[in-house]
Design a protein around this ligand. Sequence first.
Ligand SMILES: [Zn+2]
Length: 191
Amino acid sequence: MAKVSIGLRGWRFDESEVFTDEGEFRALDEVPEDARTRLIRLTYLQSKPCDACYLVHGEGEKKRCNPAKVVYGEPMEEVLLCPDHEVDFFYWYREAGGSDYRGEETFRDEFHEWFAAGGRAPDDYEGPDHVDTDPNELPTPPDPAELNRRLNEGQEGKRKRIDFKKGEITYEDWNDEDQNRLDLGQDYPTE
Ligand SMILES: [Zn+2]
């Protein structure tokens, strides 16, 4: 089964789970739960800065951070990286004990602590030997507003809402006042 990354390198999806034969995104209801969570989460992670850059520059100088191009780890505990810092992450994961935290809730925190304490890959470290796909050539995650709209097509009584931060779909009662209002909710990405 062909694997594909969407938006950011790192997470990989079975192409047939996420796309129809025509290459369109499937309706979210048809996408298996794990892939769905990651897909929704990706729409939130798009255009976020690299974690390592952010640790270096901080909120005040956020503009100096490179945009993330790679995502590793589990949804909510993922590490976002630019290509420059991906090498440091690989070194941490492979050589500095990072893989012990695979799948753990502390995965991201452990990497952050190591990096903030000055952890870096040696200059001669080879880093990942992935095929260097340009993230700009990856399929773009679905647009959040479009996802919301498609999810609620033909729904009566209950409205589904997507929590883009958590990658979850929740249900709300839907009353008359709400019917004409497209409320994307507080978790709609604003950046
Ligand atoms: Zn970076």
